[in-house]
Ligand binder design. Structure first.
Ligand code: GLA
Length: 697
């Protein structure tokens, strides 16, 4: 049973295979955190520490580890919830009124109440025992009947998904930072007495930080304690990490209260997004494997096809003839899905026009998309299309007809960014319109895949206090409804590159566009950082041209191909400029990828150590049930003192024997040897790479 209770002490323990998380209700009715760490079998060990006022400046409420504290009373630290009542007061007090355990659903719901105000809160927990994770979220409700008073509105001014207490100080925080073209740049930062904040205010989870917190105390890839919390949300979020003066670390994660307020009329409620959290003593790979398994649970299990995307080849210059020529070449190298990117609709000829007009441009496609799609099918491929439904250009029929459909202030002019505005998706008529046009597009055309883009941040939402949250709710509803009406259609989440990489996106979309930066060497950095939280199955990566359009760096094709093969493979090269040798080489890489796809997309990923002091990156993929392991090895620049690296694999069966070949020379070794001693590789020069396959005999 993953949920144990001690009714006398009003204590609950959530057990996963290797961890326990425990909380209890104290005599004052506060919901107090007690334990988060390795699995504990003896419940009696879990005790609420006695509380005393350290001084008149450190009250009991201040030092108590509350699971979901609300603003009010002697609380000066971060609180998970803050409200404003109709009389203007922000003072609230929550007391636990009940604990309900649903053994079948493996859920616990703790009910809290501010009785005089009629404010109720449900703190939800769900245990995922095999994944060593728990989910948490909260439901905040205006329940005037509880107060026996007249109904008034309650404004929720902050509502995190959860607050956690990591029982250690001196931890290291891991996350990513960046901007367009530089997503997923990993960083670590020491947590100290000043609080750290990670957030997005852009209406997308963003290129700038990612909605998760990973904390460790000197963990390596395969050992050491790690705590994590990741938010399933594709919009504005805030994570606060603060070492308390009392020797532990407070983590809060949830909706960003910045420029946000949710008004609850009597009877109305707000449900926060879910946060998934876990502890492991198995290092960073350990936490990644739990989160990858969670991600796989969100994703459609079908294999992700090898796609071709036209963006880098044709930009806005798309027409029937050009796309057909590309499609023929794409089919020739083994592509399974041909995706036509931007430029096919309305009067689109640049970033400045057409968005909103999702009708086929008759100049480029006189008979609609039908002839192109028929040819693509004849070539044996599925067809996919780029859309950016949340946006509108001022120069469009849609904007001319509905200038009031965008987020805007009543007084100041709205700002364009990338020449466009954001549609107010929270309006039912906008939702209905978008569903109708996309539904029609999918009904009239045999489309297997959409690339769903969002190329600018939300801003200037005017009087709409809940726009940032409600927009994402509406987005999820729209995408889910479309997929429900057109089962089988896969949808990729893109936001000006990798601006929507989050567990919320994985819950409704099928994969994510990692970055518009397709430089294979830059991608290695991003992909490794991405792999801390997210599964390879959702990570779109393309082989593109050399020199790269962004970095202007020249990289050999083998390196570019292998870098892109580490996720879900695509090709973005202008195939019309590729010679026969390049097409042949691309075909060979695609064939290899298809053969290894089950291991790459559904195996376990190991970020292997580089012990050479030289510029290598090594990554392993292991699929036990297929008896297969892969080693991707990359050398960027050969330097003085360069020596032959010996790469130690991980995740193999030590007792099994594996066959593999390096530089065409066959070898056979035990898993124990390959993990303990390693595989000698011989990479030389700049941008050398290898992909080694290990098959259990
Ligand atoms: C965004 C995407 C690109 C491409 C363009 C099209 O920038 O990230 O991949 O689709 O839009 O305008």
């Amino acid at each position: 049973m993953p949920i144990r209770t001690d009714p006398d002490r009003r204590l609950v323990a959530l057990d996963t295979d290797a961890t326990t998380y425990a909380f209890a209700v104290d005599p004052a009715g506060l919901l107090r955190h007690l334990y988060w760490g390795p699995r504990l079998d003896r419940l009696a060990d879990v005790e609420a520490p006695a509380l005393w006022e350290v001084s008149t400046n450190d009250s009991v409420a201040e030092i108590t580890h509350e699971e979901y504290p609300i603003h009010g009373g002697l609380r000066f630290k971060e609180t998970a919830l803050a409200v404003r009542f109709e009389d203007g007061s922000r003072e609230a007090r929550l007391v636990v009124t009940g604990i309900a355990v649903d053994a079948e659903a493996q859920e616990v719901v703790v009910a809290l109440l501010d009785a005089p105000r009629g404010l109720t809160v449900q703190v939800h927990y769900r245990v995922l025992p095999g994944l060593d994770l728990i989910e948490r979220w909260a439901v905040v409700r205006n329940e005037p009947s509880e107060a026996g008073r007249e109904a008034g509105v309650i404004a929720v001014t902050a509502a995190a998904s959860a607050q956690f207490h990591v029982p250690r100080a001196g931890l290291t925080l891991r996350n990513v930072f960046g901007h367009w073209g530089a997503e997923q740049q990993p960083f670590t930062q020491q947590v100290g007495p000043a609080a750290l904040v990670l957030e997005s205010r852009r209406g997308i989870s963003s290129h700038h930080h990612n909605p998760y917190v990973v904390l460790d105390a000197d963990a390596s890839e395969d050992a050491g304690e790690v705590w994590c919390a990741a938010l399933a949300w594709s919009g504005n979020f805030r994570a606060t990490v603060a070492q308390t003066p009392y020797g532990d670390t407070l983590v809060q994660l949830g909706l960003n209260p910045w420029d946000a307020e949710v008004t609850l009329a009597p009877g109305e409620s707000l449900t926060t997004p879910r946060v998934v959290a876990g502890y492991t003593a198995q290092g960073l790979t350990g936490i990644s494997h739990h989160l990858h398994a969670y991600g796989h649970g969100l994703l459609d299990p079908r294999p992700r096809p090898v796609l071709y995307n036209s963006w880098e080849a044709t930009g806005f210059e798309v027409d029937l003839e050009g796309q057909l020529a590309l499609a023929q070449r794409a089919a020739g190298i083994g592509v399974e899905l041909f995706v036509m990117d931007d430029g096919w609709f309305g009067r689109r000829s640049s970033i400045d026009d057409g968005l909103g007009d999702w009708w086929v441009d008759p100049g480029a496609f006189p008979d609609g998309l039908g002839p192109l799609i028929a040819q693509v099918h004849e070539l044996g491929m599925d067809f996919g299309l780029w859309v950016e439904p949340e946006m509108v250009n001022p120069a469009s029929d849609l904007y001319a007809k509905h200038p009031d459909w965008i987020y805007r202030d009543q007084v100041h002019d709205p700002d364009t960014a990338r020449g466009q505005y954001v549609l107010d998706l929270t309006r039912p008529e906008v939702q209905e319109h978008l569903f109708a046009v996309l539904d029609l597009l999918l009904r009239e055309n045999d489309i297997a895949y959409l690339k769903w883009d969002a190329n600018r941040p939300m801003s200037a939402v005017g009087a709409h206090r809940d726009a940032h949250r409600a927009h994402i709710e509406a987005l999820y509803t729209l995408v889910t409804r479309l997929k429900g009406t057109h089962p089988g259609v896969m949808i990729e989440a893109c936001a000006s590159g990798g601006g929507r990489i989050d567990l919320g996106a994985l819950g409704v979309f099928d994969d994510v566009w990692t970055s518009d930066n397709t430089d294979a060497a830059d991608r290695l950095v991003m992909q490794r950082a991405y792999s801390l939280i997210y599964p390879a199955k959702a990570m779109r990566a393309w082989i593109t041209e050399s020199p790269n359009f962004l970095s202007q760096r020249s990289i050999p094709l083998d390196f570019r191909a292998r870098s892109a093969m580490m996720g879900t493979l695509g090709v973005g090269t202008d195939l019309m400029r590729a010679d026969d040798a390049e097409l042949k080489a691309l075909a060979a890489h695609i064939a290899t990828y298809k053969r290894l796809r089950p291991t790459i997309q559904d195996g376990r990923v190991y970020r292997l150590d580089n012990e050479t002091g030289n510029d290598y990156q090594f990554t392993g993929y292991v699929r036990e049930d297929r008896g297969q392991a892969l080693l991707f090895a990359f050398l960027q620049a050969s330097r003085v003192g360069h020596r032959k690296p010996t790469v130690r694999l991980r995740g193999l069966d030590p007792a099994a024997t594996y066959r593999y070949a390096v530089n065409g020379v066959p070898h056979e070794h035990s898993g124990a040897y390959l993990m303990g001693h390693g595989v000698p590789l011989w990479l030389m020069g700049d941008y050398d790479s290898a992909l080694v396959e290990f098959d259990r005999t």
